[in-house]
Write a protein that binds this ligand. Structure first.
Ligand code: FAD
Length: 396
């Protein structure tokens, strides 16, 4: 047997690549994982603030954006959040549910990497680290992979190279390039789950840096509710990261700074009070001061003496605030890449290319992007599982 021949070669030792390797290896296939970093799973390690939000118990297809909104359904239903949780429990990893459905390691994200490595060990998966793939050619149904140190051959090539964020820890556009080489389309790529930068007109808001408040944001017919954090550069926090999944250049975000208050009603019921008194019950003082200067709010007049038009202005400003970001903070700060290998040319049940037999794409490189809260890892596990299963059935 040719020593350099493998049943499956997986490029990328991140979440989806490692998981797929374990699944295929445990089903008896000879699997090689090729990684250009010195170690695997660097994104897992820093995920979820170092504790890895490894899944979300309430994952549904609606928690993802994609050019084909139905594409993820098959994988997600074949491998559930509960399935991954069962694996976490089987590996005796302690976990916590932080927000509703969001499961994190109680201790450290490295436990998830250890879990994935143990699964790979059980499947006798082989690894090549520090291994840069130079080119891939397909001849007589065999993929010939030329890397800096060696050549490998396989009938089954899995691309699991992830998205474009955080180049410094190994992100690359390799998967997109390989997809294009084999005739696949790439949908528009952009950073997502990312902070947004102020336009000049709001730059004075940077003095509010550090303030966090609950808000409701509407963007492109989607609504998100969570905490917004003002930073030196712009806006961040879970509300903004979530909204950024639906944001495209030049879009407006409509922010409700008082989601818990019907301001119109409150003003009509409190004609003896001032706007300042109402706001003080709901917003931090620093924020009120800056808003008052920036947007010329009349804080001190009793609401009974304030004109209807002016009250409408308060409502517009405080409950329907129009925020037009300059741009996002880019791939340097984004948790994920929205867009990727078009789902149109992939089989949703197996993740195999419809154009090239034996070529698979899994995880974030595919045009399926999840919301903040553990959904992106669940997509990595689910897409990897269906791919691994399909490989095992086809190769045997
Ligand atoms: C700061 C941060 C926090 C996050 N937190 C969470 C979270 O808590 N929950 C959640 O669900 N998601 C989270 N995510 C998103 C999540 O990490 C990714 O969606 C997930 O890791 C994608 O898995 P993947 O296997 O597709 O890609 P990755 O895990 O990124 O793995 C890709 C691998 O391919 C390797 N690679 C790339 N190019 C090449 C090449 N040319 N040759 C060889 N190897 C290559 C990379 O080095 C990497 O090891 C977070 C992301 C970031 C950046």
């Amino acid at each position: 047997m040719d020593e350099n021949y493998y049943d499956v070669v997986i490029i990328g030792a991140g979440a989806s690549g490692l998981f797929c390797a374990g699944v295929a290896g445990k089903r008896g296939l000879r699997v090689l994982v090729v990684e250009h970093n010195r170690v695997s799973g660097r994104k897992i390690l820093i995920s979820g603030g170092g504790r890895c939000n490894f899944t979300n118990l309430y994952t549904t297809n609606d928690d993802f954006v994609s050019g084909n909104i139905h594409f993820a359904k098959s994988s997600l239903s074949q491998y559930l959040a509960q399935d991954f949780l069962d694996l976490v429990i089987a590996h005796q990893i302690k976990w916590v549910e932080k927000a509703k459905g969001q499961l994190f390691c109680q201790s450290k994200a490295i436990q998830i990497i250890e879990l994935l490595h143990k699964e790979c060990e059980q499947g006798n998966v082989e690894f090549q680290y520090n291994c840069k793939t130079e080119n891939i050619e397909l001849k007589d149904q065999i993929f010939n992979i030329k890397s800096t140190n060696q050549k490998f051959k396989t009938n089954n090539l899995v691309i699991a190279t992830g998205g474009l964020s955080l180049k410094e820890i190994g992100a690359s556009d390799f998967g997109h390039r390989i997809a294009k080489q084999f005739g696949h389309k790439i949908t528009e790529l952009s950073p997502a789950l990312v902070p947004l930068i102020f336009n000049e007109d709001l730059s004075t808001m940077s003095q509010l840096s550090g303030i966090s408040i609950p808000v409701r944001i509407m963007i492109n017919k989607k609504t998100v509710e969570d905490d917004l954090l003002i930073t030196k550069k712009g806006m961040s926090g879970p509300a903004i990261l979530k909204a950024s999944l639906y944001y495209q250049e030049n879009d407006l975000l409509q922010i409700d700074f008082l989601p818990q208050l019907d301001l119109d009603f409150a003003m009509s019921q409190n004609s003896g009070k001032t706007l300042l008194q109402i706001l003080k019950e709901n917003l931090p003082n620093r924020l009120i001061d800056v808003f008052a200067t920036l947007f010329k709010l009349n804080l001190k007049t009793k609401l009974g003496e304030v004109s209807k038009k002016e009250k409408q202005y308060y409502v517009n400003f405080l409950k329907e605030f129009q925020f037009k970001p300059l741009k996002t903070e880019g791939y340097r700060k984004a948790e994920v890449t929205r867009g990727g290998v078009s789902c149109k040319e992939l089989n949703s049940k197996t993740m195999e290319s419809k154009l090239v037999k034996g070529l698979y794409f899994i995880g974030e490189v595919v045009d399926v992007t999840g919301q903040l809260g553990g959904y992106n890892f669940q997509w990595a596990w689910s897409s990897a599982q269906v791919c691994g299963n399909s490989l095992a059935t086809q190769v045997k």
